[in-house]
Design a protein around this ligand. Structure first.
Ligand code: G6P
Ligand code: ZN
Length: 547
């Protein structure tokens, strides 16, 4: 325990913009660099928790600009506030799923994950702090609301005057009497993966000349991917590209989608390219899966992983249930129905899966935003998704394209796209949503290029484990046969507002399964414009990103 006389109480003034979003507090680096800004937020987190005296805190981040500095701040404040021990990844590195695992494995009270996920890094870019609870998952809204409330009234924080510790030196260090353990950020995680997947089978697949390429996007998964794919599974050196984490991600946007991972996509579209390609984001929780000449949407990936998970040792006894966020396509629903297991539809945000996983109601979860994961941790997990795909490919010995064709032939195909309108004025975005919400009661029956609207609502979720209600989670406009439009505002942007329009059309087995998604969705896209006047409200003729 730190001696009370060493603790410094620093007077501070509250900031009015520290409300955690979908995934923690994310702001521009320059915002975080304001005096006391990070300190206020960290103290607000600690003040919102109870019973951590003498307990363990896990700290790590994706290595982006400001990561090391904020870790030193957290170490001093954790000691001053009475934590007994902090576990931190070497170099300040812990991927988000690895942090979740470390919290669980060492029975920590909770953890601080420093990341702005897939947002760019560097002095003019983004930084973030997220608090995870003892189950390893993002704090639920009750906790994030308390943190926000505290941040508005805070007047003092506790810290110490101690030298920085050497984050690169593995071993036990001391901060005024509190132990800081610097651990290998990869070892515990890699060991967990070996318990879930058939590494021998994957090694054998790679031995047949099956080629893979993994783009770590100069972000946190580089060391994890190199250890697992190249060292443990024997893929040739060079399988992992952009494998060194950089504070500015090499000036790239570490978001594994078709825009920002275009190099990978282009290589996979070549007939002589790799057989399988994947990428992960800044903090390692997202995944992009591309087979040779076959892109797999995140919603389809969830469905295929769920349908084939039993082929991996960790899931051989089957799944308890599947959970997906509301805007994620209904492809997984059809797998759940075929397996005779429940399907849970939650609001956007991984935190909503935590209770379902803790209660053993769901085993696999996924989101359209390139997140897939399971009960092995309480975060989505990019490398896990890649390994489950590889395990399935090793067991089935078919191409990704063949597996997808077989899946659609059996379950039907959910054509899907997301249109993002980024950095629009907040009042315009709010006005668009308000107008849609006002029209909900009268939308049913409206004729559109995609047929008549059947029903419309504003998604509200009641957590089956604790009864908590999350309302106003997105406007759903439903058409015949499972086709739909969803409108919601992003909770993760750092500039203005981002409108997300999710477009989905279901084509049953035996139907038109080989259309271009753009063609298949064109009538629904026209319906969205008719119903929401997107051009007028956003002032944009086209979405900024289509995924
Ligand atoms: C983060 C969260 C996800 C969420 C995604 C998009 O990655 O962890 O759970 O789906 O952001 O959220 P947004 O509110 O921007 O649509
Ligand atoms: Zn992420």
């Amino acid at each position: 325990m730190v001696e009370a006389m060493l603790v410094q109480i620093v007077e501070t003034v509250a900031f009015d913009d520290q409300k955690p979003g979908t995934s923690g507090l994310r702001k521009k680096v320059r915002v975080f660099q304001q005096p006391n800004y990070a300190e206020n937020f960290v103290q607000s987190v600690f003040d919102s928790l109870e019973g951590y005296a003498g307990d363990t805190l896990v700290v790590g981040g994706d290595g982006r600009f400001l990561n090391r500095e904020v870790i030193q701040v957290v170490l001093r404040m954790a000691a001053a506030n009475g934590f007994g021990r902090v576990i931190v990844g070497q170099g300040g590195i812990l991927s988000t799923p690895a942090a979740s695992h470390v919290i669980r494995k060492y029975g920590a009270f909770g953890g601080l994950v420093l990341s702005a996920s897939h947002n760019p890094g560097g002095p003019d870019e983004d930084f973030g702090i997220k608090y995870n609870i003892g189950n390893g998952g993002p704090a639920p809204e009750s906790v994030t609301d308390a943190i926000h409330a505290r941040s508005l009234t805070i007047t003092r924080y506790k810290t110490l005057e101690t030298p920085d510790i050497d984050l690169d030196a593995i071993g036990t260090h001391d901060v005024a009497g509190m132990a800081v353990e610097v651990i290998d950020p990869v070892a515990d995680y890699a060991e967990l993966m070996e318990t879930l997947f058939d590494f021998a089978a994957i090694r054998a697949l790679l031995g047949t000349g099956f080629t893979i390429s993994f783009d770590a996007m100069s972000a946190v998964t580089g060391p994890y991917a190199t250890e697992i794919f190249e060292r443990r599974l024997g893929a040739p050196a060079g399988t992992v590209v952009n494998g060194t984490p950089l504070p500015d991600f090499g000036h790239h946007h570490p978001d594994p989608n078709l825009v920002h991972a275009k190099d990978l996509y282009d290589r996979l579209m070549q007939a002589d390219g790799p057989d399988f390609g994947a990428a992960s984001d800044g903090d390692g929780d997202r995944n992009l899966i591309i087979g040779k000449q076959r892109y797999v949407t995140p919603s389809d990936s969830l469905a295929v992983l769920a349908a084939n998970a039993h082929l991996a040792p960790g899931y051989a006894s089957g799944l308890a249930g599947i959970a997906r966020s509301m805007p994620t396509s209904g492809a997984a629903d059809r797998v759940a129905a075929a397996l005779g297991i429940p399907l849970y539809e939650t609001p956007t945000g991984w935190k909503f899966f935590g209770n379902l996983l803790d209660a053993g109601l769901a085993t696999i979860c996924g989101e359209e935003s390139a997140g897939t994961g399971s009960s092995h941790v309480r975060e989505k997990d990019g490398i896990w998704a890649v390994l489950l795909w590889l395990n399935i490919l090793a067991a089935r010995r078919e191409s990704v394209a063949a597996i997808m064709a077989d899946h659609w032939a059996r379950y039907g195909r959910n054509y899907y796209a997301r249109h993002d309108y980024e950095a629009i004025a907040t009042d315009r975005a709010n006005a668009l949503m308000a107008k849609l919400r006002d029209s909900l009661a009268t939308l049913a029956g409206t004729e559109t290029p995609a047929g008549a609207v059947q029903a419309a609502d504003d998604f509200s979720y009641t957590d089956p484990t604790d009864g908590s209600v999350s309302a106003k989670q997105g406007v759903r406009i439903l058409f015949a046969e499972g086709s739909r439009l969803v409108f919601r505002l992003s909770g993760t942007g750092t500039q203005g507002a981002t409108l997300r329009l999710y477009i989905e059309r279901y084509e049953p087995a035996g139907g038109d399964l080989g259309l271009e998604p753009g063609d298949a969705l064109a009538p629904l896209i026209a319906a969205a414009e008719q119903l929401a006047s997107i051009r007028e409200f956003t002032g944009m003729d086209e979405p900024s990103v289509i995924t």
